[in-house]
Design a binder for this molecule. Structure first.
Ligand code: IVH
Length: 680
């Protein structure tokens, strides 16, 4: 249906030209993450098309880019029968099962020729089928029972990464007349957390995980609700196709991308041997936390489409593919008790003591319960059987209680009115949900402060663990941080299980910690709301302790990255003579503090960075830290004062905004070079 713009009336022809242009820019923006025009220019095109369509409603077609968010609510979802059943995958859980799969494939094919595989992340979302007829999206459906799914066309149309009309580049063949594409709709972790925060604010129950968030958002009778949800898609397969212009799965993915569909190209790897398959599966499992979306495994596929056809399928799953499931990060266990932990700042946190359970390869014995409100909301009681979850670096959490297993012997928990360690009356500040022990001499607070002081990001005193600190405190060897620097061999030998050798090492480690940076020194003080980032910002700004101590709250809030909450906390800290004395005693212990005198030519110094998308060599938080340590600033959104946008993989809408403002965009390599971390 190649439109011949020349034969049409001028309005129809302008409409068609605008649609083609908008589709092209949608593709650059949403699929390739590489926009060519500014938001303003794009909006102008879009507005013009909307105007023309409003004047000539007879010219509106369902695949016009304006039809992305159109339809109102419906009564029910109608059913859609899949032309080719949507199968599921057989699972494997270890290396042996992957080898068995490889052996089975080869046995079935009955010859010794090598079989090449592809391996890619298994996205934890929900499967959909998109039907394109003559290049236009006509139907989108859920998997359902594999044979029949629900019609979610108006909802899927609102997803920005789903093209309503397929494109094709210069070298790509024309899309086939019928193309059924399968893929996974998902929600990125950050977007999921944001959505849940908004729901909590509106008193709506949060979604348990991004998959539920994605499913709940897609299955809305009113597609205008779906349109507001941050959904995305990765396409990973096909159903029916009228002609197949390639021979391998890998090339098929390249074709789909050429037609404007979003595929997970950078993470799909060709693996010519089963060893490489296993290595990459392992690699994905180890790095799963670096993804911006949840992946629960890897999918292994035979690359040759011809071999796929020969292998065919068993009842519900193809013989040519297999899922490798990562170790589960959720499990069921019993809450043996609820304990109240007192933190360094006096915050009282209820913690569930668990019957040990393995989650994602780690033995978990405790889960945070956050606060009384959270315990009440989830109705968690001592003795309950619960589902616990570990995600990324965060502390394990209780997802829900399995109430059907209650015996009646479970005990409700109520936060104590006094500190469980020192007995002081607990305080709760106005709008804060956190309960606090107000006693700065509370032994728990003192111990936690020491633990923080010696920790890796602070003074980094190796060998000074929890056990030794507790003993030193008990024996009265230390009372505040500076005392550590006056300890001698005799003192250390008074401790259990400490011999001369380990005492010497410990004394050396303590001595070495005196050579430090100002940022570390500030961080080690454990001022509330002053984490590593903030400490580095303060160090860069003030250059020495004295200036920081004297800074007023106005001066502090004037610093980029320091809000009133932080400023107030710093002010309160230094106002307390006890704290000023602590710092003075520490300084007198002979610290050699490196001031952050950066070479005036450092290209990062004084510059504002925005970082978007995932980086291959480090986490985003690490990148931020690097910028700050080098004297730069990091902002979360693009503005006229942004100097650089660092773009990782799958950057979001920030790229377009940066282009609009003419802000320099760096890729990861360029960013590393700027930081002088990459020389070639
Ligand atoms: S291929 C024949 N690739 O996992 C089935 N599936 O457990 C072909 N999934 O129903 C599916 N990421 O919803 C494939 N990269 C990926 C996937 C993926 C997630 C889902 C899909 C499927 C389920 C099977």
């Amino acid at each position: 249906m190649a439109e011949q713009a020349g034969d049409m009336d001028p309005v129809a022809s302008e409409i068609e030209k605008l649609r083609q242009e908008i589709r092209y820019h949608n593709h650059r923006y949403y699929t390739l993450d590489d926009p060519e025009i500014s938001d303003a220019e794009y909006d102008r095109l879009f507005r013009r098309l909307t105007e023309l369509e409003a004047e000539h409603p007879e010219l509106i077609t369902p695949d016009s880019p304006t039809q992305k968010v159109g339809a109102g609510p419906r009564e029910t979802f109608s059913q859609v029968r899949h032309r080719v059943p949507m199968l599921s995958l057989e699972n494997s859980f270890n290396e042996h099962e992957i080898r068995d799969f490889d052996a089975r494939v080869k046995r079935f094919l009955g010859d010794d020729s090598p079989v090449e595989y592809t391996v890619e992340p298994k996205i934890d979302g929900l499967a959909v089928e998109l039907v394109y007829e003559k290049g236009s999206l006509t139907t989108a459906s859920t998997r359902g029972d594999g044979l029949t799914g629900e019609d979610v066309t108006p909802n899927v149309k609102t997803i920005l990464a789903v093209p309503l009309k397929l494109t094709h580049g210069k070298n790509a063949p024309q899309p086939p007349d019928l193309l059924e594409v399968r893929g996974e709709i998902y929600m990125e972790l950050e977007a999921f957390q944001r959505l849940n925060r908004e729901r909590l604010e509106k008193n709506l129950p949060p979604f348990a995980n991004p998959r539920n968030g994605a499913a709940g958002s897609l299955r809305q009778l009113d597609p205008r609700i779906t349109a507001k949800r941050p959904l995305n898609i990765f396409c990973y397969g096909i159903g029916s196709i009228s002609s197949l212009p390639c021979a391998t799965y890998y090339d098929l993915m390249i074709l789909l991308q050429g037609w404007g569909l979003r595929v997970n190209r950078p993470h799909i790897r060709l693996c010519p041997t089963v060893h490489q398959v296993i290595d990459y599966c392992r690699d994905l499992e180890e790095t799963r936390e670096r993804f911006f979306y949840e992946i629960d495994g890897a999918v292994i596929k035979v690359n040759s489409l011809d071999l796929q056809a020969r292998l065919g399928e068993k009842s519900r799953s193809p013989r040519w593919a297999m899922a490798y499931k990562f170790k589960p990060t959720q499990g069921t266990t019993t809450v043996t008790g609820i304990h109240v932990q007192v933190g360094r700042t006096g915050a009282l946190t209820p913690v569930a003591l668990l019957k040990p359970v393995e989650l994602g390869g780690v033995l978990v014995r405790r889960a945070t319960l956050h606060n009384q409100e959270e315990i009440d909301r989830k109705d968690i009681r001592e003795g309950d059987l619960v589902v616990v979850q570990r995600a990324g670096d965060v502390i394990p959490e209780v997802v829900k209680v399995i109430k059907s297993k209650r015996t009646g012997a479970e005990k409700r928990f109520i936060m104590p009115a006094t500190c469980p360690v020192c007995g002081s009356e607990v305080l709760k500040n106005g709008d804060e949900v956190v309960a606090r022990c107000p006693n700065p001499d509370c032994p728990a607070q003192v111990r936690e402060s020491f633990k923080h002081f010696v920790s890796k990001g602070a003074m980094n005193i190796q060998g000074l663990g929890d056990r030794i600190i507790s003993q030193m405190l008990k024996k009265g060897l230390i009372g505040e941080e500076a005392d550590l620097y006056h300890l001698g061999m005799d003192d250390l030998l008074k401790l259990d299980k400490i011999k001369e050798k380990s005492a010497t090492n410990l004394l050396r480690a303590i001595e070495n910690s005196k050579r430090t940076t100002l940022a570390r020194f500030i961080y080690s003080l454990g001022i509330r709301h002053v984490g590593e980032f903030v400490a580095a910002i303060l160090a860069n700004h003030f250059g020495d302790m004295e200036k920081l101590e004297k800074a007023t709250e106005e001066e502090l809030t004037a610093i980029d990255g320091i809000g009133p909450r932080i400023a107030e906390s710093i002010g309160a800290y230094f106002e307390d003579p006890h704290n000023r004395n602590r710092v003075r005693r520490l300084m007198q212990a002979g610290f050699e503090i490196e001031t952050p005198s950066l070479p005036g030519t450092s290209p990062v110094k004084g510059k504002t960075f925005v970082i978007t998308g995932s980086l291959a060599s480090m986490k985003r938080a690490e990148a931020k830290e690097l910028v700050i340590r080098n004297g730069g600033r990091v902002a979360s959104s693009i503005s006229r004062s942004t100097d650089y946008l660092v773009r990782g993989e799958s950057p979001g809408s920030k790229l377009r905004r940066a282009a609009e403002l003419g802000i320099l965009v760096l890729n990861e390599d360029e960013f590393l070079k700027l930081l002088d971390m990459k020389t070639e």
